[in-house]
Ligand binder design. Sequence first.
Ligand SMILES: *Cc1c(COP(=O)(O)O)cnc(C)c1O
Length: 388
Amino acid sequence: MSYLANNYNRKKISFKFGRGSYLFSDDKKKYLDFVQGIAVNSLGHSHPKLVQTIKIQSQKLWHVSNAFQIPEGEKLAQKLCNNTFADYVIFQNSGAEATEAAVKVARRYFYSIGKPNKNRILCIKNSFHGRTLAAIFASGSKKMTEGFGPKIAGFDHFKFGNHSSLKKKINKNTAAIMVETIMGEGGIKVIPNWCLKELRKLCNKKKILLILDEVQCGVARSGDFFAFEKSKVKPDIVPIAKGIGGGFPIGAVLMNKKVATGMTPGSHGSTFGGNPLAMSVGNTVMDIVTKKIFLKNVKTSSKYFFENLNKIKVKYPRIIKEIRGKGLLIGIQLYKDPTRFIKKLMDNKLLTIRAAENVIRILPPLNVKKKEIDFALKIIRKVCEDLR
Ligand SMILES: *Cc1c(COP(=O)(O)O)cnc(C)c1O
């Protein structure tokens, strides 16, 4: 029996250790891990540079309060700002905290300019922003909010792709539009660049803020540091988390100068957020993933993966409906429920994870090797063949 509460439907497997793209189970089997903790282990398991960073920093200093200067955090914030639209950063420990902090920054900005009634956040129906109370009501998903009332007020919703509804839902109390640049849990749905541009224009016209949740698609996952980069759009606020710690829990909210003015001393805080141990790991991840050659390799791997997945789709048109995503955030949409497919992939030693809309999510480490992609493709082909 387990003393863990039953809020997860866990697979009956556990792992002893991980190396790069591979996980080794307690029963001594080797799995190709294309879940990587759901886009968290951006550099795979036990990356030597991250191991070294943790070793060195853990012998120096783990944690001090944010009441004191934390140079490692200053350094990471500077790197994040130098590489992105952002002027300022607040560190957290997780994605949900980062998205909530994003909402707080937006509301506080309007409060600070004397418009406290501008506090509503407009989100996509059935999106995903985390599991805290505010975040589940931001997502507007029935499944996630069921039994967790009373409803947290302040969130409005429009349907993905329904532009006229989006425009109609903006009113004088709207503070911000908050969307995932690529919907992860929602089924790897990419907001196209032209839409991002229109969103920015709309926000400018209505004098509201644009929050792009890059908790899953950010930190080089898309092939650029941020998934919105190619659109040339500059958001006001961007929460990040998953990939930035390479497996160590880190969240952050990035913001421009304008909105940062609301965040005065005492307005927000976190006991653990931004501690020296976490920040050291974040610095090492950042140094690696922002290298031009690293991002170029992500794009090359992505292109190769997508081309070959599309070939498989052409060969099995009655099983695979669509291959979608960007960079190494890849979705294989099936016509049917993917439970059996995912189970068979696992039986063949490839770990993947589902998302909404019958999508199988493929999330390799960003430094995945070509031969590992080939191995995954071989397994996917075999399962298609078995199931047709
Ligand atoms: C995972 C995720 C979150 C929540 O992150 P947690 O660390 O689980 O709290 C928020 N937004 C998006 C887009 C995510 O994918």
